[in-house]
Write a protein that binds this ligand. Structure first.
Ligand code: BJW
Length: 241
């Protein structure tokens, strides 16, 4: 497909599919994370209150995997950094991912709406700190020194995603909304395309391996692996600008 002639700010929403070819699992694919663990056991505040050790084990394993030498940004992450660098207007990447692959690829205008795996938060003093080690029940907070309340700084079901005002403001002013590698099953991110259409009258496109749950809301779709389709789409956008 060709790219529409678009000029103006771009908002890019990314999900687990963009990091799949970097070696990180998605959630809802056949071999995804939710095929191995129940989200009710590891991704809710209730799960953490009931069995914090289990939740720590889940995120410790994922943090170790993210920091292993096998995991690195792929051509899709680098293409979005290139788009930010060369597009004449603002590009904001809103990621649902808690990995740091967009940063490693060079994207700087970035919102982690579901938090970050390489940060920890103290439930006692609320301080958020950079974190690369395992977390445990007796990990003391480096700030208030209390033990037992450190948790991954991620957004679980029933919790409020981060920086929503900034995200909705950017969507309200965008000319192009691009959704990459997300199944469209989790709100509020799944509703962004509707905001982009109805509030901003933006052109909307999804780049995904298969049509997402909300595919009918998009003007265009490009189906295929992110490492192939995202660089090609960015090339077309930059070539047309
Ligand atoms: C490829 C590819 C390749 C593969 N190339 N593509 C009842 C009780 C409590 C809450 C609710 C409730 N009912 C509804 C809710 C709301 C709830 C929700 O949505 N639930 C649904 C499950 C029904 N949402 C929330 O609770 C959110 N908070 C909230 O709504 O607050 C209130 C609010 C009100 C008003 C305004 C704003 C807020 C919080 C959601 C938190 C989500 N947390 C998780 C886990 C934490 C982070 C972590 O551990 O990593 O975030 S869940 C998980 O899903 C993770 C992801 O970020 C998120 C989205 O998943 P994603 O990225 O779409 O991945 P997949 O696997 O689903 O899809 C991958 C796609 O890639 C697929 O389509 C593949 O085809 C594709 N793909 N390979 C291109 N190579």
């Amino acid at each position: 497909m060709t790219s529409p002639i678009v000029s103006g700010p771009i908002v890019v929403l990314t999900g687990a599919g963009i990091s799949k070819e970097s070696g990180l699992d998605t959630f809802r694919d056949a071999d995804g994370i939710w095929s191995k663990v129940r989200l009710e056991d590891v991704a809710t505040p209730e799960a953490f209150a009931r069995d914090p050790a289990r939740v720590h084990d889940f995120y410790n394993a994922r943090r170790r995997s993210l920091l292993s030498s096998d995991v690195a940004p792929n051509p899709a992450h680098f293409a979005l950094a290139r788009l930010e660098e060369h597009w004449a207007h603002e590009v904001l990447v809103v990621t649902q991912n808690i990995d740091d692959l967009h940063e490693r690829a060079g994207t700087s205008r970035l919102i982690h709406m579901h938090g970050e795996m390489l940060k920890a938060r103290c439930g006692t003093c609320a301080r958020v700190v950079a974190w690369k080690d395992d977390l445990g029940l007796d990990t003391p907070c480096p700030s208030c020194k209390q033990s037992g309340a450190m948790r991954p700084d991620v957004v679980w079901f029933g919790e409020m995603p981060l920086e929503m005002d900034r995200i909705y403001r950017a969507i309200a002013g965008c000319a192009l909304f691009i959704s990459i590698g997300t199944s469209g099953n989790v709100t509020p991110a799944a509703g962004f395309v509707r905001e982009a259409r109805e509030i901003a009258h933006a052109h909307t496109v999804e780049l995904n391996l298969e049509p997402s749950a909300g595919h009918t809301m998009f003007d265009d779709a490009v189906l295929g692996p992110a490492t192939i389709e995202v660089p090609a789409y960015v090339d077309r956008l930059l070539g047309a600008s």
